[in-house]
Design a protein around this ligand. Structure first.
Ligand SMILES: [Zn+2]
Ligand SMILES: [Zn+2]
Length: 529
């Protein structure tokens, strides 16, 4: 993609009035601005003799970006020796725009002297559009940023102008360096990869959670407390585009709550979850689907033993729809937060792909569901995954999810058991039952916790059976098929529609024929012997 933006930069510090426009060579469309230099600054502003406070130097950069700006605008900052802390503040104007036209919106982050190479070592933090300032020192950093020494060299502040108004965007970046001796080194507290499990059984966990380390308002302590309150056994931390929260979860994990480290990688062509990343590992997000870089980062996650999970693939927000395909995916998040129309679309796509997998003999993709909870009143655990695992460890949970031995529950008050039996054998969720083609197969679903719910049994032919649950919410549904008639069977449990109607299978109409999802299972596959 060519660079359509007009860069203009003026240093208020009077150091650099050159105007410079250059396209960076790597990654998504990028623009590199003229460097901000702090050369000679230290001597000029060192604290006067006898002063007790450290010396501080500030530079302010202003500029203008037009509509069609590069995805990432890099502002190099020449950091001299002897800096103890870097602090950055930024702002931009928000001219009014007609309804439906994107207004100005600009993300921010920073790379250190290791450089900005895609997937490189220089990442030091990202706060998206959530914060207007950040600080980094050896001892601490603003959530979203990585504490550590502020070493000399070229740092890069990254602006991500993901929406630019027709009038353009006027921005200002203020950089303050504090000179002095570095403080004590930050000590990360990573969570253990094991909790006290109940052996081989079903474990509940939310795989998509945000904190103040990205754009959530909840502290890590509040998210961990929320996971416990929701009756979860595990949770996966997935702050956007940063690994900074990994270093604090150790404090909040416990025998009763496994905390798995991850990231939500937020690109311009969709979001994906990296589950089970080694603590501290960061995955780059600076590419679009056409750049051809996604596969490499999916491989990075796989090499580390983690899972690649496209998130909310039909979310209508800008840059949220999934455009990278599913070849590198291990599962797909078909249910994100409270049930909405985009989730229906995700389930339909997922179901169509199940049909394709049984036709070709190819891989099938497990369905997962997570809350994506950021702040109050979003409910942690609405929904979550109930996964069959050997134990409550990071390895066992991710193995169970990868194998599709998992179903999605709206809350911990919803329970179910789903099996198919025939020819003296039985198979459960994510498993395959092999029977003679005409031998009867009994599909059995036991449900609790969905008053007046509607059970739908769905095969590669569509919905084949519908049945209502009683007001108690507890019931058992049994239905008979064969492996020649059905290549897989999966179950949905829906709440009644808003008017109390149980819903109408196999019908069409101007509105959705179903109430919200209460539980959704992965399939049991049926194979002809
Ligand atoms: Zn997202
Ligand atoms: Zn999210």
């Amino acid at each position: 993609m060519t660079n359509a933006s007009e860069g203009r930069q003026e240093s208020a510090g009077g150091l650099d009035r050159r105007r410079l426009l250059a396209a960076a060579a790597t990654g998504a469309a990028a623009l590199t601005l003229a460097p901000v230099s702090f050369a000679r600054a230290q001597a000029a502003t060192a604290p006067p003799k006898g002063a007790t406070g450290p010396g501080e130097v500030t530079r302010t950069v202003t500029g203008h970006l037009e509509t069609g700006a590069a995805d990432f605008v890099y502002l190099p900052v020449e950091v001299p020796k002897g800096v103890q802390k870097i602090a950055v503040e930024y702002s931009y104007d928000r001219p009014s725009v007609p309804a439906g036209t994107p207004g100005n919106s600009c993300d921010i982050g920073v790379f250190d002297q290791h450089g900005t190479k895609l997937g490189g070592k220089g990442f030091r933090g990202w706060s998206g559009g959530f914060r207007t300032s950040f600080e980094i020192s050896a001892s601490e950093a603003t959530p979203g940023y990585l504490p550590g020494p502020v070493q000399a060299g070229t740092w890069n502040i990254v602006l991500g102008p993901y929406q630019v108004a027709p009038q353009g965007m006027n921005y200002q970046v203020k950089i303050t360096l504090t000179f002095g001796a570095a403080g004590a080194a930050f000590v990360p507290t990573y969570p253990p990869r094991r909790a006290k499990g109940r052996g081989r059984t079903w474990y509940r966990g939310d795989g998509h959670l945000h904190t103040v380390h990205s754009d959530g308002k909840r502290l890590p302590s509040e998210v961990a407390a929320g996971a416990r309150a929701a009756g979860l056994d595990y949770m996966i931390s997935t702050d956007h585009n940063t690994s900074s929260s990994h270093a604090v979860w150790g404090e909040y994990a416990g025998d009763d709550l496994l905390i798995i480290t991850g990231e939500e990688i937020t690109t311009r062509n969709g979001h994906w979850l990296a589950w089970g990343l080694p603590a501290g590992e960061w995955i780059d997000w600076r590419y679009r689907s056409r750049d051809g870089d996604f596969h490499r980062f999916a491989q990075q996650v796989h090499r580390a033993g983690g899972l690649v999970v496209p998130a909310h693939p039909y979310c209508p927000y800008v840059a949220c729809q999934w455009k990278f395909g599913y070849d590198d995916a291990d599962a797909v998040e078909v249910w994100n937060g409270p049930w909405t129309y985009d989730d229906e679309s995700a389930v339909d796509t997922w179901d169509a792909r199940l049909g394709e997998a049984v036709r070709t003999g190819g891989r099938w993709l497990p369905a997962v569901g997570d809350s994506d909870a950021h702040s109050e009143p979003q409910v942690i655990g609405l929904p979550h995954n109930v996964v069959y695992a050997d134990d409550l460890t990071t390895g066992a949970i991710t193995s169970g999810l990868r194998a599709g031995r998992t179903w999605i529950a709206e809350s911990a008050s919803v329970g179910l058991a789903f099996t198919a039996g025939g020819n003296g054998r039985q198979a459960g969720i994510g498993e395959t039952l092999t029977t003679p083609a005409a031998a009867p197969v009994d599909v059995r679903l036991e449900v609790q916790g969905v008053p007046n719910g509607t059970v739908r049994l769905i095969t590669d032919e569509g919905q084949m059976h519908q049945e209502s649950l009683p007001a108690s919410g507890t019931g058992t549904v049994v239905w008979r098929t064969t492996s020649s008639l059905a290549a897989y069977v999966r179950a949905e449990v829906r709440h009644p529609m808003a008017d109390g109607n149980p819903g109408h299978g196999n019908t069409m109409g101007p509105v959705l024929q179903w109430g919200p999802m209460a539980a959704l299972t992965n399939p049991v596959f049926l194979k002809r012997a």
